[in-house]
Design a protein around this ligand. Sequence first.
Ligand code: COA
Length: 312
Amino acid sequence: MNGLSILGTGRSLPDHIVTNDDLARRVETSNDWIVSRTGIRERRFAQGETLTQLAVAAARRAMERAGVGPQDIGLCLMATVTPDWITPSQACLLHQELGLPEDCPAFDLSAGCTGFLYAMETAAAMLPRMARPCALLVGGELLSRITDMDDRSTCILFGDGAGAAVVKSTEGAPWHALLGTRGNREALWAAGPGNHPAYLHMNGQEVFQFALKTVPELARSLLDKAGMDRDQIDWYVLHQANHRILEGVAKRMKVPMERFYENIGRYGNTSAATIPIALDEMAEQELLRPGQWIMCLGFGAGLTWGGAMFRW
Ligand code: COA
């Protein structure tokens, strides 16, 4: 059975930093409240950058790190809920900018904050049938586009950014993945495009409880599938939604927080981009070493969830 190997990663964030104090000048909130409830200190909001620009920059970096060119890419997947255009897809815009080959299909995946995990597992399934060896996977969002900046219960949580990975289908590479969905339009939603403005709405406590219950169960199922123990995983790379969710999952799994990567304080929740951004930062900081076991876990609107276990 073929599994996925990650050959290179990349990320791109908008330049403009928005602090909690900046938000507190617009809505009734405070730095202390936001930090204590979420762990978020600042986030980036695009000011002029398009999602295409961020996605292209992240993708170019991932391809450079992987040592591959457009001729090596046989599949281009973009996980996003905030594309620049309704059609063609964000993946097609990326395909054009990067000059990818015509036998490289390109399409978007909409699975909320779980999008990058959906893209990974889709690539694992499709790549062996593609004409070229590698897939380009990008998770990217400009959530500021669909965030009501006057709603203090949501505007403090979200941010903009893009992360990318070049993956290869490799015989014998360990790969275990699980995806799930429970259709629900009441927990986390943005209606549109017929409804203007198509803002994000959320039942924060429901999403919080869903994450705390679902993610540890997902991790357990993945470990059972692989016949492994939680202590054999070197790094848990979770979707960055809230520091308290990371802490709660770690506690329920009885895994020390040191094995959970965290950057929520700097970027907030960038939805489908959090996991590839985290992987890229970890690679850059040389936290990831060949042979280490990584477990990525995502959850979000849909409701959706997904996990993947693989070796670096
Ligand atoms: N600043 C100050 N007060 C705020 C506030 C803010 N930014 N946002 C909400 N509040 C208030 C509420 O109005 C409420 O006031 P009340 O008691 O007078 O009604 C109070 O704080 C408590 O609100 P509550 O919603 O119970 O807070 P919470 O502890 O559940 O934290 C979230 C709210 C959103 C931080 C939390 O529910 C959360 O992180 N949920 C998960 C969200 C998420 O991750 N979504 C994306 C998933 S992919």
